[in-house]
Design a protein around this ligand. Structure first.
Ligand SMILES: NC(=O)c1ccc[n+]([C@@H]2O[C@H](COP(=O)([O-])OP(=O)(O)OC[C@H]3O[C@@H](n4cnc5c(N)ncnc54)[C@H](OP(=O)(O)O)[C@@H]3O)[C@@H](O)[C@H]2O)c1
Length: 164
């Protein structure tokens, strides 16, 4: 059986790290890409997994979901690595909530929670498609897993100001 490549976003801690750790135990079956915004935390997670499972095939790659430029760069780097994608686990997320009247705005001009939890995840399919040349709305040749929180359904978007 050929190895599967699995990208897990936000894999340096929490659920993403737990998943990477478990999959890392099967280094003969999976290459796990830990897509994290902090090189220090990402490399630390890679070290921890390799200490626990020396055969783990785990790799850190930089990805900051709150930056469209970073999302594009990540896809470009992944493509350049020559690996084929099998599973994309869109796990990274943050829960800031409406605690402040002064929203934190990203370089792209979006509120940071909105950018990280939603906008940064949306262009993935189109970007991958542009690299792999697959027509939009046709079945993707990889599995897509979304890890999200209930507020995505229950929360209220303020349409007059999506940055709040
Ligand atoms: N834990 C729960 O009870 C629960 C319940 C419902 C839904 N969820 C969802 O499950 C997912 C994981 O939850 P968790 O509890 O494991 O969260 P967590 O421990 O807070 O981990 C979140 C991960 O996302 C990363 N992240 C945050 N902003 C990012 C960005 N801009 N770019 C790239 N990575 C970023 C974090 O990186 P840093 O370490 O650099 O911050 C971290 O690795 C989230 O989407 C969350 O909404 C969790």
């Amino acid at each position: 059986m050929s190895k599967k490549t699995i990208i897990i976003t936000g894999a340096n801690t929490g659920i993403g790290f737990a998943a990477a750790r478990i999959l890392g135990r099967s280094g003969d079956k999976y290459t796990v890409i830990l897509a994290c915004r902090s090189e220090e935390r990402g490399q630390e997670a890679v070290r921890t997994i390799k200490e626990e499972s020396p055969n783990a095939d785990v790799v850190y790659m930089n990805l900051d979901l709150s930056s469209m430029a970073s999302v594009h760069k990540f896809v470009e780097n992944f493509h350049a690595s020559g690996r084929r994608l099998h599973v994309l686990c869109n796990n990274a997320g943050m829960n800031v909530g409406n605690t402040s009247n002064t929203p934190q705005i990203t370089q792209d001009g979006f509120e940071v929670t909105m950018a990280t939890n939603h906008l940064g995840k949306l262009p993935w399919e189109q970007i991958w498609v542009s690299y792999y040349g697959i027509r939009l709305f046709s079945k993707l040749p990889w599995e897509l897993i979304w890890v999200n929180f209930k507020e995505i359904i229950l929360g209220k978007l303020q349409l007059y100001d999506g940055n709040r």
